[in-house]
Design a protein around this ligand. Structure first.
Ligand code: FES
Length: 137
């Protein structure tokens, strides 16, 4: 059996933010994904808000979190870390697309057949890193 690609050690997934990496989907497009602590587990979501899907939750230095929920800094949508459901904001009720990951012996592996691991970090040069926040904390 082929060894599943390791995304990161569990230690590298922060308690109150996200770990950013890149995946390739079946259409050969590179997308960003995030790991987030969800209680004892780790959840994995595509890194795009469900209000405007070109907007990233983690803009390169970790997504904002409040009370265990991911916060989109553009218009303040909140997403539960463990379910990906938007509980507040302009896309309330929408769900972040999930990727399957597995934690084994202190490492997090991508085990989703629909995606292939590319590397850690953001996609470079797509312009979104300059988008500004409308939300003050
Ligand atoms: S783009 Fe995320 S809440 Fe509007």
């Amino acid at each position: 059996m082929e060894t599943e690609p390791r995304i990161a050690t569990l230690e590298r997934v922060p308690a109150e933010s996200t770990f950013l990496f890149r995946v390739r989907n079946g259409d050969d497009e590179v997308r960003e994904a995030i790991l987030v602590r969800a209680g004892e587990d780790v959840a994995c979501w595509l890194n795009y808000c469900q209000h405007f899907t070109h907007i990233k939750l983690d803009k390169g230095s970790g997504a904002a979190m409040r009370n265990g929920e991911l916060v989109c800094e553009n218009h303040g949508a909140y997403f539960e870390a463990d379910s990906g459901i938007c509980t507040y904001g302009p896309c309330e009720g929408a769900t972040l697309p999930e990727l399957e990951v597995t934690v084994d012996d202190g490492d997090v592996y991508l085990t989703d057949d629909a995606y292939e691991f590319v590397d850690t970090g953001p996609i470079e040069d797509d312009g979104d890193l300059t988008s500004t926040s409308n939300v003050e904390f």
